[in-house]
Design a protein around this ligand. Structure first.
Ligand SMILES: [Zn+2]
Ligand SMILES: [Zn+2]
Length: 258
């Protein structure tokens, strides 16, 4: 399985920087996990192939350019952009984003060939298919309804925590998998801001270390994501201090394969 965290920040010369302000991961050029930077950082060929988007929760950094993506593709789509999310999150996106005020209700529109966007609800705790992937979602601990994901292509398995503070259900789902090749887990705030991290439903490097002790799998690659750009250098330092050989900060724009 190939996964790339799309870059979301460019410098004054137009070059991508390692700062991650928006969340969007592309899996095997086919499926997007969250959609923060989907409209601005996909390659032209990925724009032809990514028609499935799994939305973990409705925070802006995870959906910011989803409406723009559907808008861009409107005339050329031969099949809808499918937005996979829990029923609750589908309703929130309908109410707060695709509401005719913030943006058009694309789930009610079609071009000459096809509806342009479709909500495809899934239930946490039940396996479902998205393109070539088998996916299981589990609730995590954030300030809005949010799920973490376990993704498998039949050969490798990757877990993604999405945004969370200390959590339980997600680890049960991850631990049940026979093997996990990689874990993408958030580390938003430095250790000195642990109170802020807790009330906003996020982890610090130390809290991430504590979460990893709930993980039954060993020897998997662990990539920290969702590092707040203001604290990126400090977060990288604090993550290194955990002394875990296979833990590093995920680099936007780099393709990882398991
Ligand atoms: Zn969030
Ligand atoms: Zn977020």
């Amino acid at each position: 399985m190939k996964i790339k965290l799309l870059p979301s920040t460019i410098d004054a010369e137009g070059r991508a920087t390692p700062d991650q302000r928006l969340s969007c991961f592309v899996v095997d050029d086919r499926v997007a996990i969250d959609a923060g930077s989907i409209a601005i950082s996909l390659s032209d060929s990925q724009r032809e192939t990514v028609r499935d988007v799994i939305v973990t929760h409705p925070h802006m950094d995870h959906i910011a350019t989803l409406p723009i993506y559907v808008d861009d593709l409107f005339a050329s789509l031969a099949e809808p952009v499918r937005v996979h999310a829990t029923e609750e999150v589908c309703r929130l996106l309908e109410r707060d984003i695709f509401n005719g005020t913030v943006y058009p209700p694309f789930h009610k529109f079609r071009n000459e060939r096809t509806p342009v966007m479709e909500f495809v609800p899934f239930e946490a705790g039940r396996r479902f298919r998205v393109a070539h992937l088998t996916v299981e979602a589990a609730p995590v601990t954030h300030i809005v309804p949010t799920v973490g994901l376990l993704l498998s292509d039949g050969r490798s398995t990757v877990a993604f925590s999405s945004d969370t503070s200390a959590t339980e259900d997600f680890w049960h789902v991850v631990n049940r998998a026979p093997r996990v090749d990689a874990l993408l887990i958030e580390a938003s705030f430095p250790n000195s801001l642990s109170k802020l991290a807790e009330v906003s439903g996020h982890l610090t490097p130390d809290a991430l270390g504590a979460e990893l002790r709930k993980l039954a799998h060993k020897d998997l690659e662990v990539l920290a994501v969702h590092l707040k750009p203001t604290y990126r250098a400090l977060l990288v330092e604090e993550l290194a201090r955990l002394g875990l050989p296979r833990l590093s900060a995920m680099e936007p724009g780099r393709e990882y394969e398991w």
